[in-house]
Design a binder for this molecule. Structure first.
Ligand code: FNR
Length: 363
């Protein structure tokens, strides 16, 4: 058996991930006090992936401002207290040999919603702790309250919020920053013609719709300095039958984002069109990662995500060159030690936590 590249390190700028098997960002909606602060849940949840051998542990979508939260229970990084609470988690992740990453996010018109397991669905009313949402245009996501269109000075404020969040994240010990430009959240709302109906410099042609993303990338790069890996999560397509954001748009804007200072394109899909018909199945988003990878220049890296659930699938995605790394979401929840198990299954020897050595399968 030839060893898979899955367990070879990947260096992006000044940071080396010990392997290419990464944890996808996953909201926990568990800041129970609605203060955006991490709790023991987040330490154990994220820490277990680092124990389990992941190369990169990406935190859930973490809001850059209170109104940027998807639900009132989302994590945030707009205060120093939030920053300081994260430090314990990043230190633990690093002590296990993994890299801690954070997904910085603003939910835009999809903010102020009930968490997934709440009895109610859709927008949280103002009198129950919800808030007025904002977006590129006053167009609602189906079933949610309509947002208010951001003014140009407010857009500059959003950029500033991402920069301040990036600063706090780095000060908290995160080594990788990811900008959430996917799944129908604020940056994706600007990118997509379905949600962006503006007629100023932030709407209309592709370069205008991409302006917010590119401003955030450039400003975060300037704040972070040259050593920090900067990822962008894209939805490669809106899965709209006509008129939506497409993989061609994604590849073009990924190239511009790279010029502005982004290093890794994390390729997902969907989220901006309620009721879109999505052909979900094993590896269903990997072709989009491959498409982008073929079109972005070296040394830009691409990661794939979406129903990658077996060690062999993960290895094949990387070994076939369709992506430089894979992110796993739900399979990591099923088994936070998936990387340890995958290495055994693929016949690769990787270090185990010394505390767990006695459990390592022997041939
Ligand atoms: C997610 N996903 C997600 N994506 C993202 O960009 N930011 C987020 O905070 C979340 N939150 C989240 C929570 C939970 C519980 C799940 C299951 C998923 C999407 C996730 O990162 C991933 O792209 C998808 O789950 C597809 O990958 P898997 O789960 O098929 O490996």
């Amino acid at each position: 058996m030839t060893a898979s590249a899955l367990f070879t390190p990947l260096t992006v700028r000044a940071t080396t991930m010990r392997n290419r098997l990464w944890v996808a960002p996953m909201c926990q909606y568990s800041a129970e006090e609605r203060d955006g602060l991490t709790t023991d849940w987040h330490l154990v949840h994220l820490g277990s992936f680092a124990v389990g051998g992941a190369g990169l542990v990406m935190t859930e979508a973490t809001a850059v401002s209170p109104e940027g939260r998807i639900s009132p229970e989302d994590l945030g990084i707009w205060t120093d207290e939030q920053r300081d609470r994260f430090a314990r988690i990043t230190a633990f992740i690093r002590a296990q040999g993994a890299v801690a990453g954070i997904q910085l996010a603003h939910a835009g018109r999809k903010a102020s919603t009930w968490r997934t397991w709440a009895e109610q669905q859709g927008s949280v009313p103002l009198e129950e702790g919800g808030w007025e949402t904002v977006g590129p245009s006053a167009v609602a996501f189906d079933g949610y309250r309509a947002p208010r269109a951001l003014t140009v000075p407010e857009i500059a404020g959003v950029v500033d919020d991402f920069v301040a969040a990036a600063r706090r994240a780095l000060d908290a010990g995160f080594e990788v920053l990811e900008l959430h430009a996917a799944h129908g959240y604020l940056v994706h709302q600007f990118l997509s013609p379905l949600s962006n109906l503006r007629d100023d410099e932030y709407g209309g042609p592709l370069e205008n719709r991409a302006r917010l993303l590119l401003e955030v990338v450039a400003a975060v790069r300037a704040e972070a300095g040259e050593g920090v890996p900067l990822f962008v999560r894209f939805s490669a397509t809106d899965w709209a039958e006509t008129g939506g954001w497409t993989e061609e748009d994604t590849a073009v804007v990924a190239g511009w984002a790279a010029e502005a200072g982004a290093d890794v394109m994390d390729i997902s899909s969907g989220g901006n069109l309620a009721g879109a018909r999505i052909p979900v199945g094993p590896l269903y988003q990997v072709p989009f990662a491959g498409y982008v990878k073929e079109r972005v220049p070296e040394p830009v890296r691409v990661s794939a995500v979406g129903l990658i659930t077996t060690p062999q699938e993960a290895a094949d995605v990387v070994d076939s060159g369709r992506a430089d790394a894979v992110m796993l979401g739900r399979e990591m929840l099923r088994d936070p030690h998936f990387p340890l198990r995958a290495a055994t299954a693929l016949g690769t020897t990787i270090p185990w936590p010394v505390q767990y050595e006695r459990a390592r399968p022997r041939p």
